[in-house]
Design a protein around this ligand. Sequence first.
Ligand SMILES: C[S@@+](CC[C@H](N)C(=O)[O-])C[C@H]1O[C@@H](n2cnc3c(N)ncnc32)[C@H](O)[C@@H]1O
Length: 218
Amino acid sequence: MSTDRKGERVIHIESTFDVSGANRDTEMFAEFIARDAPRSFLDVGTGTGYLAIRLALAGSDVAATDICHRAKALAERNARRNGIYLSVRISDLFDDEAGTYDAIAFNPPCSARPDPRFLTVVKEAIRRIEPLERALMHHMPKHVITFRRDLIHRFIEGGSCHLNPEGRLYLLLYGHELSFLEAMPHDLVVTAHTPHALRRRNLAFARLSRRPDRPSNG
Ligand SMILES: C[S@@+](CC[C@H](N)C(=O)[O-])C[C@H]1O[C@@H](n2cnc3c(N)ncnc32)[C@H](O)[C@@H]1O
C-alpha cells in the first residue's frame, strides 16, 4: 500500500482512451461525497471505478454500474489493483436496480457513446491550456446540452426512488447546469458547491436531499 505526502492512501487507476479517466475533478468529487460518510454508496456510470474505490476505502458498502462493458472490465480491474472486490453491473441508470443507498453519485457524460472526435478535442484541450478547456465547455453544442439535461433528469427521477430516508444524490455538473437542476420538477432540496478550483473551470457539485418532514398539524 502506498501513501502520499499527507499520509493518505494512493489509489492506482488505469484509464483507457474510450473510458473517461479519473482526473482532479473526480478526486475532488469523491472527497466531497466521502465527507458525508455514507454507509452505502451507488456509483452510477462508474467509468474507471475511481469513486467506488475511493468510497470503499473510506468504509462505505459500495455498488457500481455502467452502461459500457469496457468500463465494467476496467473498473473491476482497477478495484483489484487497489485490493477491493467490485462487481460492476451493466445498467442504463437505474434499470433493474433493487437497492436503496445513503448516497448515489453520477458524473454524466457528454454523449451516449464516446465519440472519438469529441474525446480527442476534450483530451487535447485538457492537456494544453485551461482557457481552451473553459471555452470548449462554454460553447457546448446544443445536442450535448439537451443530452445531458435529459440524462440528469432521468438520474434524479430514478435515483430519488433508491435513496434511504436520509439519502442524497450527488452530481458533478457544469456551472450553467445548476439553474436547470433547480427548475426541474422534483421534490429534493438542491445544494450547490463550487470550490474555487472548480468554479474557475465552470464546474460544480450538487447535492440533492429530501425535504425534512413538515410538522404535522396533528
Ligand atoms: C464522465 S464519465 C464518469 C466516470 C467516473 N464516474 C468519474 O467520475 O470519473 C461517465 C460514465 O457514465 C457512463 N454512462 C453513460 N451513460 C450511462 C447510463 N445511461 N447509465 C449508466 N452509465 C452511463 C459512461 O459509460 C461513463 O463511464
